[in-house]
Design a protein around this ligand. Structure first.
Ligand SMILES: Nc1ncnc2c1ncn2[C@@H]1O[C@H](COP(=O)(O)OP(=O)(O)OP(=O)(O)O)[C@@H](O)[C@H]1O
Length: 309
């Protein structure tokens, strides 16, 4: 557990990154404090892995300052405190899972116990197999175990659950939740946005080289989400329309649903007939739906814009 709450785990100051004349990151700023679980989301090619690679010192910024644990990236001392699960899986011909984990544990001053690592990544049943013979999902879990071997304070996870089956995903996210409770700091990219709901404390949306959103899921929902109201009623559709003339109301088998950005107002409008409605539910948009709308909006707003690169 990290004690010093004011320490900064990650800092990007006016960071830009170009590959040739393709500008991927444009003057971005970011501060991540201990204990934050940050979900970094964006479309393919948005620059998510580029940010992680800059933080690991695998890439250099074109301009600006990158710091990790208060220092420039890739310091020798970081190896004991930092874990990374990149998109590429780790596997080595003719070395058994057990041998690989034992070897990697030996690099660390305070590694997780071998049994703990097996359980964490659900590898018990494959520990005697050579790593190159594992299935895609098993290789992903081995890569997770290797990232966790040193019991890191700061963990980078780049699309961690790609190739994992449903049970492995659930197991994986339950372990991430435990790490959150232990006060670990995690930066995670993921295209399965529903998996991040309930896990991340903060969301960053990367679009066109900048963070178009930085806040909690609740803030994102408040700012961008529509709500779906559903209810049952014996009243005919036309009758309910009289009270909700401005919304797109749908009905099937006496089940009604409507989408609105102001659910309070819609309920006020329904007040006179409330006693004739039952099973009323109000559901905010999922992260997937909000992200889909946001990216669609940006595409239509930027159509006709001159490209930077
Ligand atoms: N080493 C490199 N040389 C040239 N271009 C690169 C390099 N690495 C990344 N890029 C380009 O930078 C952009 C951002 O790539 P990046 O891998 O960071 O995206 P991403 O958001 O992680 O995408 P994905 O969701 O597909 O993994 C892409 O257009 C990619 O082609």
């Amino acid at each position: 557990m990290i004690k010093n709450e004011t320490q900064t785990m990650i800092e990007l100051k006016n960071v830009s990154k170009r590959f040739g004349n393709h500008q991927v990151l444009k003057d971005i700023n970011l501060t991540v404090k201990p204990g934050e679980i940050v979900g970094l989301i964006g479309e393919n090619g948005a620059g998510k892995s580029t940010i992680i690679n800059l933080l690991l010192g695998l890439l250099q910024a074109s301009s600006g300052e990158v710091s990790v644990l208060g220092e420039a990236p890739a310091q020798e001392s970081h190896k004991q405190k930092l874990g990374a699960m990149l998109q590429e899986n780790v596997s080595m011909e003719s070395i058994k899972v057990r041998e690989l984990l034992t070897l990697v544990r030996s690099y660390y001053a305070k590694p997780l116990l071998y049994q703990e690592l097996l359980e964490l990544a659900d590898l018990t049943s494959v520990q005697a197999m050579t790593s190159d013979k594992l299935s895609g999902g098993q290789k992903r879990r081995l890569t997770f175990a290797l990232a966790m071997a040193g019991d890191p304070d700061l963990l980078f996870l780049d699309e961690p659950t790609v190739g994992m089956d449903v049970n492995s995903r659930q197991h994986f996210w339950s372990k991430i939740e435990q790490m959150r409770a232990q006060g670990k700091t995690i930066v995670v990219t993921n295209h399965y946005l529903d998996e991040l709901e309930g896990i991340v404390s903060r969301l960053l949306i990367l679009q066109h080289g900048v963070f178009s959103f930085d806040g909690t899921l609740a803030e994102l929902q408040q700012q961008y989400a529509k709500r779906t109201i559903t209810f049952e009623s014996n009243l005919p559709l036309v009758k309910i329309y009289e009270y909700l003339p401005d919304v797109n109301l749908k009905e099937k088998d006496l089940q009604f649903s409507l989408k609105t950005s102001d659910s309070d107002q819609a309920l006020r409008q329904l007040a006179p007939i409330l006693t004739q409605l039952s099973n009323i539910t109000i559901q905010p948009d999922s992260l997937n739906a909000i992200f889909g709308n946001l990216t669609k909006q940006t595409v239509s707003h930027t159509q006709g814009d001159v490209q930077d690169d």
